[in-house]
Write a new protein. Structure first.
Length: 502
Protein backbone atom coordinates (compact mmCIF):
# COMPACT_ATOMS: atom_id res chain seq x y z
CA UNK A 1 0.00 0.00 0.00
CA UNK A 2 1.40 3.43 -0.97
CA UNK A 3 2.04 6.15 1.57
CA UNK A 4 -0.59 8.37 -0.14
CA UNK A 5 -3.27 5.69 0.18
CA UNK A 6 -2.35 5.04 3.81
CA UNK A 7 -2.47 8.77 4.56
CA UNK A 8 -5.86 9.10 2.87
CA UNK A 9 -7.25 6.18 4.87
CA UNK A 10 -5.99 7.63 8.14
CA UNK A 11 -7.44 11.05 7.31
CA UNK A 12 -10.81 9.52 6.41
CA UNK A 13 -10.77 7.46 9.60
CA UNK A 14 -10.01 10.52 11.73
CA UNK A 15 -12.80 12.49 10.04
CA UNK A 16 -15.28 9.68 10.75
CA UNK A 17 -14.20 9.47 14.37
CA UNK A 18 -14.44 13.23 14.75
CA UNK A 19 -17.94 13.17 13.23
CA UNK A 20 -19.00 10.35 15.57
CA UNK A 21 -17.69 12.09 18.68
CA UNK A 22 -19.16 15.36 17.46
CA UNK A 23 -22.59 13.78 17.25
CA UNK A 24 -22.49 12.62 20.85
CA UNK A 25 -20.94 15.90 22.00
CA UNK A 26 -23.66 17.85 20.23
CA UNK A 27 -26.37 15.75 21.83
CA UNK A 28 -24.85 16.11 25.28
CA UNK A 29 -24.26 19.87 25.02
CA UNK A 30 -27.58 20.80 23.43
CA UNK A 31 -29.87 22.43 26.06
CA UNK A 32 -32.96 20.67 24.70
CA UNK A 33 -31.17 17.32 24.73
CA UNK A 34 -29.99 17.91 28.27
CA UNK A 35 -33.53 18.68 29.32
CA UNK A 36 -34.88 15.42 27.91
CA UNK A 37 -31.92 13.34 29.08
CA UNK A 38 -32.17 14.61 32.63
CA UNK A 39 -35.85 13.71 32.72
CA UNK A 40 -35.06 10.12 31.72
CA UNK A 41 -33.02 9.68 34.90
CA UNK A 42 -36.06 9.82 37.20
CA UNK A 43 -37.51 6.67 38.70
CA UNK A 44 -40.99 5.90 37.39
CA UNK A 45 -43.25 4.54 40.12
CA UNK A 46 -45.88 3.52 37.57
CA UNK A 47 -43.51 1.44 35.43
CA UNK A 48 -41.27 0.39 38.37
CA UNK A 49 -37.99 1.30 36.69
CA UNK A 50 -35.89 4.30 35.74
CA UNK A 51 -37.53 6.11 32.83
CA UNK A 52 -34.42 5.61 30.71
CA UNK A 53 -34.62 1.83 31.11
CA UNK A 54 -38.35 1.96 30.31
CA UNK A 55 -37.56 3.91 27.13
CA UNK A 56 -34.92 1.38 26.09
CA UNK A 57 -37.25 -1.54 26.79
CA UNK A 58 -39.86 0.10 24.56
CA UNK A 59 -37.30 0.65 21.82
CA UNK A 60 -36.03 -2.93 21.88
CA UNK A 61 -39.49 -4.48 22.20
CA UNK A 62 -38.98 -5.77 25.72
CA UNK A 63 -41.99 -3.79 26.96
CA UNK A 64 -45.32 -3.29 25.23
CA UNK A 65 -46.66 -0.29 27.14
CA UNK A 66 -45.63 2.44 29.57
CA UNK A 67 -46.96 5.59 31.17
CA UNK A 68 -47.50 8.66 29.02
CA UNK A 69 -44.37 10.47 30.17
CA UNK A 70 -42.11 7.47 29.52
CA UNK A 71 -43.61 6.97 26.05
CA UNK A 72 -43.00 10.64 25.25
CA UNK A 73 -39.40 10.50 26.45
CA UNK A 74 -38.85 7.29 24.48
CA UNK A 75 -39.14 9.22 21.21
CA UNK A 76 -36.12 11.29 22.16
CA UNK A 77 -34.19 8.21 23.29
CA UNK A 78 -35.01 6.52 19.96
CA UNK A 79 -33.52 9.52 18.15
CA UNK A 80 -30.41 9.42 20.33
CA UNK A 81 -29.83 5.72 19.69
CA UNK A 82 -30.45 5.96 15.95
CA UNK A 83 -27.99 8.84 15.57
CA UNK A 84 -25.37 7.00 17.57
CA UNK A 85 -25.71 3.66 15.80
CA UNK A 86 -25.68 5.22 12.33
CA UNK A 87 -22.31 6.80 13.11
CA UNK A 88 -20.96 3.30 13.78
CA UNK A 89 -22.51 1.85 10.63
CA UNK A 90 -24.79 -0.40 12.70
CA UNK A 91 -28.39 -0.93 11.59
CA UNK A 92 -31.37 -0.80 13.92
CA UNK A 93 -32.01 -4.51 13.37
CA UNK A 94 -28.40 -5.39 14.19
CA UNK A 95 -28.54 -3.35 17.38
CA UNK A 96 -31.80 -4.96 18.47
CA UNK A 97 -30.27 -8.39 17.92
CA UNK A 98 -27.33 -7.45 20.14
CA UNK A 99 -29.64 -5.99 22.75
CA UNK A 100 -31.69 -9.15 23.18
CA UNK A 101 -29.50 -9.67 26.24
CA UNK A 102 -31.03 -7.60 29.06
CA UNK A 103 -27.59 -6.87 30.50
CA UNK A 104 -26.55 -5.09 27.33
CA UNK A 105 -29.65 -2.95 27.62
CA UNK A 106 -28.71 -2.10 31.20
CA UNK A 107 -25.19 -1.24 30.06
CA UNK A 108 -26.48 0.99 27.26
CA UNK A 109 -28.72 2.72 29.78
CA UNK A 110 -25.64 3.45 31.90
CA UNK A 111 -23.81 4.87 28.87
CA UNK A 112 -26.66 7.24 28.00
CA UNK A 113 -27.02 8.18 31.66
CA UNK A 114 -23.29 8.92 31.71
CA UNK A 115 -23.68 11.27 28.72
CA UNK A 116 -26.47 13.06 30.57
CA UNK A 117 -24.51 13.46 33.81
CA UNK A 118 -20.88 13.81 32.71
CA UNK A 119 -21.10 14.57 29.01
CA UNK A 120 -18.83 13.01 26.38
CA UNK A 121 -15.48 13.01 28.11
CA UNK A 122 -12.21 11.23 27.64
CA UNK A 123 -11.96 8.75 29.28
CA UNK A 124 -15.69 8.11 29.48
CA UNK A 125 -17.60 7.82 32.76
CA UNK A 126 -20.90 5.85 32.72
CA UNK A 127 -23.92 6.86 34.77
CA UNK A 128 -23.27 4.06 37.26
CA UNK A 129 -20.44 1.55 37.76
CA UNK A 130 -20.54 -1.19 35.14
CA UNK A 131 -19.35 -3.55 37.85
CA UNK A 132 -19.22 -3.53 41.63
CA UNK A 133 -17.05 -6.11 43.38
CA UNK A 134 -18.60 -6.92 46.73
CA UNK A 135 -16.32 -8.56 49.27
CA UNK A 136 -19.10 -10.25 51.23
CA UNK A 137 -16.93 -11.55 54.04
CA UNK A 138 -13.37 -11.67 55.31
CA UNK A 139 -13.85 -15.33 56.22
CA UNK A 140 -11.77 -17.67 54.08
CA UNK A 141 -10.74 -21.31 53.98
CA UNK A 142 -7.25 -20.49 52.67
CA UNK A 143 -4.26 -18.36 53.70
CA UNK A 144 -3.15 -16.67 50.50
CA UNK A 145 0.15 -14.79 50.75
CA UNK A 146 -0.98 -12.17 48.24
CA UNK A 147 -4.56 -11.61 49.49
CA UNK A 148 -5.61 -7.97 49.07
CA UNK A 149 -8.25 -8.40 51.81
CA UNK A 150 -5.90 -9.96 54.36
CA UNK A 151 -8.73 -12.48 54.77
CA UNK A 152 -9.06 -15.24 57.33
CA UNK A 153 -11.70 -14.80 60.01
CA UNK A 154 -15.14 -13.21 59.65
CA UNK A 155 -15.13 -9.48 60.40
CA UNK A 156 -16.94 -8.06 63.43
CA UNK A 157 -19.02 -5.52 61.47
CA UNK A 158 -20.05 -7.56 58.45
CA UNK A 159 -23.50 -6.75 57.07
CA UNK A 160 -26.34 -9.14 57.82
CA UNK A 161 -28.59 -10.74 55.20
CA UNK A 162 -31.20 -7.99 55.28
CA UNK A 163 -28.54 -5.28 54.92
CA UNK A 164 -26.86 -7.03 51.96
CA UNK A 165 -30.25 -7.35 50.28
CA UNK A 166 -30.89 -3.65 50.85
CA UNK A 167 -27.49 -2.84 49.38
CA UNK A 168 -28.21 -4.88 46.25
CA UNK A 169 -31.50 -3.04 45.79
CA UNK A 170 -29.73 0.33 46.12
CA UNK A 171 -27.18 -0.57 43.45
CA UNK A 172 -29.76 -2.04 41.07
CA UNK A 173 -31.88 1.11 41.35
CA UNK A 174 -28.76 3.22 40.69
CA UNK A 175 -28.13 1.37 37.42
CA UNK A 176 -25.22 -0.93 38.30
CA UNK A 177 -24.89 -3.46 35.48
CA UNK A 178 -22.97 -6.26 37.19
CA UNK A 179 -22.27 -7.53 40.70
CA UNK A 180 -19.24 -9.73 41.38
CA UNK A 181 -19.28 -11.43 44.77
CA UNK A 182 -15.86 -11.97 46.30
CA UNK A 183 -14.25 -12.13 49.74
CA UNK A 184 -12.58 -13.71 51.59
CA UNK A 185 -14.21 -16.72 50.06
CA UNK A 186 -17.83 -15.98 49.05
CA UNK A 187 -18.90 -19.63 48.75
CA UNK A 188 -18.53 -20.19 52.49
CA UNK A 189 -20.99 -17.39 53.26
CA UNK A 190 -24.18 -19.18 54.40
CA UNK A 191 -26.44 -16.97 52.24
CA UNK A 192 -24.37 -16.68 49.05
CA UNK A 193 -26.98 -18.47 46.91
CA UNK A 194 -29.68 -16.11 48.21
CA UNK A 195 -27.56 -13.09 47.29
CA UNK A 196 -26.86 -14.45 43.80
CA UNK A 197 -30.58 -15.10 43.32
CA UNK A 198 -31.50 -11.61 44.54
CA UNK A 199 -28.90 -9.91 42.33
CA UNK A 200 -30.13 -11.84 39.31
CA UNK A 201 -33.79 -11.06 40.09
CA UNK A 202 -32.88 -7.36 40.24
CA UNK A 203 -31.58 -7.56 36.66
CA UNK A 204 -27.86 -7.36 37.37
CA UNK A 205 -25.35 -9.66 35.68
CA UNK A 206 -24.09 -11.81 38.54
CA UNK A 207 -20.51 -13.06 38.83
CA UNK A 208 -18.38 -14.59 41.57
CA UNK A 209 -14.66 -14.85 42.32
CA UNK A 210 -13.66 -18.00 44.20
CA UNK A 211 -10.71 -20.20 45.08
CA UNK A 212 -12.68 -23.14 43.69
CA UNK A 213 -12.78 -25.36 46.77
CA UNK A 214 -16.59 -25.49 46.98
CA UNK A 215 -17.15 -25.80 43.24
CA UNK A 216 -14.77 -28.75 43.04
CA UNK A 217 -17.45 -30.87 44.71
CA UNK A 218 -19.98 -32.83 42.63
CA UNK A 219 -23.29 -31.07 42.12
CA UNK A 220 -22.24 -27.70 43.53
CA UNK A 221 -22.01 -25.88 40.18
CA UNK A 222 -25.65 -26.57 39.38
CA UNK A 223 -26.77 -24.89 42.62
CA UNK A 224 -25.02 -21.67 41.66
CA UNK A 225 -26.23 -21.74 38.06
CA UNK A 226 -29.84 -22.33 39.16
CA UNK A 227 -29.53 -19.36 41.50
CA UNK A 228 -28.56 -17.14 38.56
CA UNK A 229 -24.75 -17.13 38.48
CA UNK A 230 -23.59 -16.20 34.97
CA UNK A 231 -19.81 -15.89 35.34
CA UNK A 232 -17.24 -17.45 37.63
CA UNK A 233 -13.62 -16.47 38.21
CA UNK A 234 -11.47 -19.25 39.66
CA UNK A 235 -7.96 -18.50 40.90
CA UNK A 236 -5.12 -20.73 39.73
CA UNK A 237 -1.67 -19.41 40.60
CA UNK A 238 0.59 -22.12 39.28
CA UNK A 239 1.11 -24.81 36.69
CA UNK A 240 1.29 -27.45 39.38
CA UNK A 241 0.34 -28.03 43.01
CA UNK A 242 3.72 -27.01 44.44
CA UNK A 243 3.43 -23.44 43.18
CA UNK A 244 -0.28 -22.90 43.69
CA UNK A 245 -0.49 -24.49 47.13
CA UNK A 246 2.44 -22.34 48.29
CA UNK A 247 0.46 -19.23 47.34
CA UNK A 248 -2.73 -20.50 48.91
CA UNK A 249 -1.26 -21.94 52.10
CA UNK A 250 -3.40 -25.10 51.81
CA UNK A 251 -2.30 -28.50 50.56
CA UNK A 252 -4.56 -29.80 47.81
CA UNK A 253 -5.74 -26.31 46.78
CA UNK A 254 -4.45 -26.70 43.19
CA UNK A 255 -6.25 -29.99 42.56
CA UNK A 256 -9.50 -28.51 43.86
CA UNK A 257 -9.10 -25.36 41.74
CA UNK A 258 -8.45 -27.33 38.54
CA UNK A 259 -11.37 -29.64 39.30
CA UNK A 260 -13.58 -26.58 39.85
CA UNK A 261 -12.56 -25.18 36.46
CA UNK A 262 -13.41 -28.50 34.80
CA UNK A 263 -16.74 -28.74 36.62
CA UNK A 264 -17.77 -25.21 35.64
CA UNK A 265 -16.71 -25.71 32.02
CA UNK A 266 -18.71 -28.95 31.88
CA UNK A 267 -21.71 -27.04 33.30
CA UNK A 268 -21.51 -24.43 30.49
CA UNK A 269 -20.83 -21.63 32.96
CA UNK A 270 -18.70 -18.78 31.61
CA UNK A 271 -15.30 -19.45 33.19
CA UNK A 272 -12.41 -17.08 33.75
CA UNK A 273 -9.21 -18.42 35.29
CA UNK A 274 -7.24 -15.72 37.11
CA UNK A 275 -3.61 -15.82 38.12
CA UNK A 276 -1.58 -13.21 40.00
CA UNK A 277 1.88 -12.98 38.45
CA UNK A 278 4.99 -12.67 40.61
CA UNK A 279 8.61 -13.76 40.32
CA UNK A 280 7.52 -17.03 41.86
CA UNK A 281 5.26 -18.13 38.99
CA UNK A 282 6.27 -15.87 36.08
CA UNK A 283 8.04 -18.66 34.21
CA UNK A 284 4.97 -20.93 34.43
CA UNK A 285 2.46 -18.57 32.76
CA UNK A 286 2.92 -19.68 29.09
CA UNK A 287 2.29 -23.33 29.97
CA UNK A 288 -0.57 -22.34 32.25
CA UNK A 289 -2.27 -20.61 29.32
CA UNK A 290 -2.00 -23.84 27.33
CA UNK A 291 -3.32 -25.93 30.22
CA UNK A 292 -6.32 -23.70 30.87
CA UNK A 293 -7.12 -23.44 27.16
CA UNK A 294 -7.09 -27.24 26.89
CA UNK A 295 -9.52 -27.50 29.81
CA UNK A 296 -11.89 -25.19 27.95
CA UNK A 297 -12.05 -21.96 29.97
CA UNK A 298 -13.36 -18.85 28.20
CA UNK A 299 -10.88 -16.32 29.59
CA UNK A 300 -7.44 -16.38 31.16
CA UNK A 301 -6.87 -13.22 33.22
CA UNK A 302 -3.36 -12.19 34.16
CA UNK A 303 -3.72 -10.21 37.37
CA UNK A 304 -1.34 -7.39 38.09
CA UNK A 305 0.39 -7.89 41.42
CA UNK A 306 -0.68 -5.14 43.85
CA UNK A 307 1.28 -4.76 47.10
CA UNK A 308 -1.73 -4.34 49.38
CA UNK A 309 -3.15 -6.45 52.20
CA UNK A 310 -0.98 -9.55 52.57
CA UNK A 311 0.71 -8.56 49.33
CA UNK A 312 2.51 -5.76 51.12
CA UNK A 313 4.71 -8.40 52.75
CA UNK A 314 5.93 -9.81 49.43
CA UNK A 315 6.72 -6.65 47.47
CA UNK A 316 10.07 -8.15 46.57
CA UNK A 317 8.31 -10.65 44.32
CA UNK A 318 6.85 -8.02 42.00
CA UNK A 319 8.13 -8.60 38.46
CA UNK A 320 10.18 -5.97 36.67
CA UNK A 321 8.61 -3.68 34.03
CA UNK A 322 10.65 -5.47 31.37
CA UNK A 323 9.25 -8.86 32.38
CA UNK A 324 5.71 -7.44 32.49
CA UNK A 325 6.13 -6.02 28.99
CA UNK A 326 7.42 -9.35 27.68
CA UNK A 327 4.62 -11.26 29.37
CA UNK A 328 1.87 -8.99 28.04
CA UNK A 329 3.22 -9.29 24.49
CA UNK A 330 3.16 -13.06 24.84
CA UNK A 331 -0.37 -12.90 26.27
CA UNK A 332 -1.61 -10.80 23.35
CA UNK A 333 -0.25 -13.30 20.86
CA UNK A 334 -1.95 -16.16 22.71
CA UNK A 335 -5.40 -14.90 21.69
CA UNK A 336 -6.52 -17.44 19.13
CA UNK A 337 -10.30 -17.32 19.21
CA UNK A 338 -10.68 -20.30 21.55
CA UNK A 339 -9.83 -18.43 24.74
CA UNK A 340 -9.23 -14.75 25.39
CA UNK A 341 -6.06 -13.91 27.29
CA UNK A 342 -6.50 -10.63 29.15
CA UNK A 343 -4.82 -8.66 31.92
CA UNK A 344 -5.72 -6.22 34.67
CA UNK A 345 -2.43 -4.43 33.94
CA UNK A 346 -3.39 -1.21 32.09
CA UNK A 347 -0.14 -1.48 30.11
CA UNK A 348 -1.80 -4.31 28.17
CA UNK A 349 -3.70 -1.62 26.27
CA UNK A 350 -0.50 -0.11 24.91
CA UNK A 351 0.66 -3.58 23.87
CA UNK A 352 -2.61 -4.12 21.97
CA UNK A 353 -2.33 -0.70 20.33
CA UNK A 354 1.24 -1.41 19.29
CA UNK A 355 0.42 -4.81 17.80
CA UNK A 356 -2.77 -3.97 15.90
CA UNK A 357 -2.69 -5.36 12.38
CA UNK A 358 -4.11 -3.63 9.30
CA UNK A 359 -6.74 -6.31 8.74
CA UNK A 360 -7.87 -6.86 12.32
CA UNK A 361 -8.56 -3.83 14.44
CA UNK A 362 -8.45 -4.62 18.13
CA UNK A 363 -9.82 -2.43 20.89
CA UNK A 364 -6.68 -1.75 22.91
CA UNK A 365 -7.91 -2.08 26.48
CA UNK A 366 -6.59 -4.23 29.29
CA UNK A 367 -9.91 -5.91 30.03
CA UNK A 368 -11.05 -6.86 26.52
CA UNK A 369 -9.57 -7.16 23.07
CA UNK A 370 -12.26 -8.28 20.60
CA UNK A 371 -11.44 -7.77 16.93
CA UNK A 372 -13.52 -5.51 14.70
CA UNK A 373 -13.43 -4.72 11.00
CA UNK A 374 -14.68 -1.19 11.64
CA UNK A 375 -11.57 0.95 12.27
CA UNK A 376 -13.64 3.61 14.06
CA UNK A 377 -14.21 1.28 16.98
CA UNK A 378 -10.49 1.12 17.70
CA UNK A 379 -10.34 4.80 18.59
CA UNK A 380 -13.00 4.29 21.24
CA UNK A 381 -10.23 2.93 23.43
CA UNK A 382 -9.48 6.56 24.29
CA UNK A 383 -12.91 6.67 25.88
CA UNK A 384 -13.24 3.21 27.43
CA UNK A 385 -9.61 2.30 28.14
CA UNK A 386 -7.29 2.91 31.05
CA UNK A 387 -7.50 2.14 34.75
CA UNK A 388 -11.18 1.72 35.59
CA UNK A 389 -10.92 2.33 39.36
CA UNK A 390 -13.80 4.59 40.33
CA UNK A 391 -14.74 4.99 36.68
CA UNK A 392 -16.05 1.66 35.41
CA UNK A 393 -16.03 -0.19 38.70
CA UNK A 394 -15.77 0.18 42.45
CA UNK A 395 -15.80 -2.10 45.48
CA UNK A 396 -17.83 -2.75 48.62
CA UNK A 397 -16.29 -4.05 51.82
CA UNK A 398 -18.02 -6.58 54.15
CA UNK A 399 -19.23 -3.68 56.34
CA UNK A 400 -20.58 -1.71 53.36
CA UNK A 401 -17.68 0.74 52.99
CA UNK A 402 -17.08 1.91 49.42
CA UNK A 403 -13.68 2.14 47.70
CA UNK A 404 -12.63 2.85 44.10
CA UNK A 405 -11.18 -0.65 43.71
CA UNK A 406 -10.57 -3.77 45.80
CA UNK A 407 -6.82 -3.16 45.60
CA UNK A 408 -6.93 0.14 47.46
CA UNK A 409 -5.97 -0.15 51.15
CA UNK A 410 -8.69 0.57 53.68
CA UNK A 411 -7.50 4.03 54.62
CA UNK A 412 -9.79 6.92 55.50
CA UNK A 413 -8.56 9.16 52.68
CA UNK A 414 -9.51 6.48 50.13
CA UNK A 415 -12.93 5.63 51.55
CA UNK A 416 -15.76 6.98 49.38
CA UNK A 417 -18.58 6.43 51.85
CA UNK A 418 -20.81 3.59 52.99
CA UNK A 419 -23.40 1.82 50.85
CA UNK A 420 -26.14 1.94 53.50
CA UNK A 421 -25.33 5.31 55.04
CA UNK A 422 -24.44 7.55 52.09
CA UNK A 423 -26.31 8.27 48.86
CA UNK A 424 -24.74 5.82 46.38
CA UNK A 425 -25.61 7.86 43.29
CA UNK A 426 -24.36 11.07 44.88
CA UNK A 427 -21.04 9.38 45.72
CA UNK A 428 -20.66 8.19 42.12
CA UNK A 429 -21.46 11.59 40.64
CA UNK A 430 -19.66 14.00 42.95
CA UNK A 431 -17.04 12.31 45.13
CA UNK A 432 -13.80 14.32 45.02
CA UNK A 433 -11.51 11.27 44.96
CA UNK A 434 -13.45 9.73 42.08
CA UNK A 435 -13.23 12.97 40.12
CA UNK A 436 -9.47 12.97 40.65
CA UNK A 437 -9.13 9.36 39.47
CA UNK A 438 -11.17 10.13 36.35
CA UNK A 439 -8.91 12.99 35.26
CA UNK A 440 -6.01 11.49 33.29
CA UNK A 441 -4.59 14.95 32.53
CA UNK A 442 -3.25 15.41 36.06
CA UNK A 443 -1.24 12.19 36.31
CA UNK A 444 2.37 12.69 37.34
CA UNK A 445 5.64 11.60 35.75
CA UNK A 446 5.61 9.74 32.47
CA UNK A 447 2.04 8.51 33.08
CA UNK A 448 0.86 12.10 32.59
CA UNK A 449 3.09 12.79 29.58
CA UNK A 450 2.47 9.51 27.76
CA UNK A 451 0.45 9.57 24.53
CA UNK A 452 -1.35 6.47 25.80
CA UNK A 453 -2.51 8.00 29.09
CA UNK A 454 -6.19 7.64 28.15
CA UNK A 455 -6.00 3.97 27.18
CA UNK A 456 -3.58 3.12 30.00
CA UNK A 457 -2.69 5.76 32.55
CA UNK A 458 -1.09 3.17 34.81
CA UNK A 459 -2.65 1.30 37.73
CA UNK A 460 -3.70 3.82 40.35
CA UNK A 461 -3.76 1.19 43.11
CA UNK A 462 -0.11 0.29 42.40
CA UNK A 463 0.82 3.96 42.38
CA UNK A 464 -0.81 4.51 45.77
CA UNK A 465 0.48 1.35 47.43
CA UNK A 466 4.04 2.06 46.34
CA UNK A 467 4.16 5.87 46.65
CA UNK A 468 1.12 6.80 48.78
CA UNK A 469 -0.15 8.95 45.90
CA UNK A 470 -2.91 7.98 43.46
CA UNK A 471 -1.43 10.28 40.80
CA UNK A 472 2.11 8.91 40.98
CA UNK A 473 3.62 6.96 38.06
CA UNK A 474 2.91 3.23 37.94
CA UNK A 475 6.31 1.52 38.42
CA UNK A 476 5.07 -1.44 36.38
CA UNK A 477 5.63 0.38 33.08
CA UNK A 478 8.92 0.25 31.18
CA UNK A 479 8.70 4.03 30.78
CA UNK A 480 8.85 4.50 34.55
CA UNK A 481 12.29 2.95 35.09
CA UNK A 482 13.34 5.61 37.58
CA UNK A 483 10.40 4.81 39.86
CA UNK A 484 11.13 1.10 39.58
CA UNK A 485 14.76 1.67 40.56
CA UNK A 486 13.59 3.60 43.64
CA UNK A 487 11.49 0.63 44.67
CA UNK A 488 14.36 -1.81 44.17
CA UNK A 489 16.68 0.37 46.21
CA UNK A 490 14.11 0.44 48.99
CA UNK A 491 14.75 -3.24 49.54
CA UNK A 492 18.45 -3.85 50.06
CA UNK A 493 17.87 -7.58 49.78
CA UNK A 494 15.84 -7.38 46.57
CA UNK A 495 16.51 -10.24 44.17
CA UNK A 496 15.11 -11.04 40.77
CA UNK A 497 13.79 -14.33 42.10
CA UNK A 498 13.22 -14.62 45.84
CA UNK A 499 11.16 -17.56 47.10
CA UNK A 500 12.08 -17.17 50.75
CA UNK A 501 8.57 -16.27 51.84
CA UNK A 502 7.25 -19.58 50.61
Amino acid sequence: MSNKVQTAKIEEKNRNITDMIGIFQGIADNPISKFFLNHTLDYCNKDHAHRLEVCLDLYFGNREDACRKCKTLSKFVNFLINRGTSSFGVSEDELKEIMEDKYWVKGLSSVIKGIAIFGVRKPFVPGAPFQVVWNLTRACNMKCVHCYEDAGSKGKEELNTQQVTEGLEIMAKSGVTSIAFSGGEPTIHPHILDFIRKSNDLGMFTAMATNGYTLSKDGECSKYIKSGLKFVQISVDGLEARTHDSFRGVEGAWENAIQAVENCVDSDLFVEVATTVTEYNFHEIPDMITLIRDIGADWFMIYNFIPTGNGEKIMKLDISPQKRFKLLKRAYNENDGEMQVLSTAPQYATIAEMMISEDNHVIPTHFSNPEYNNPMVEKLADFIGGCGAGRFYMSVEPNGDLYPCVFFPHESELKLGNLLIDDFEEVWKNNELLNTLRNKEILQGHCGECDSHNICGGCRARAYNYFNDILAPDPGCINNKYEWEKIKNKFSSFKEHDNSLF
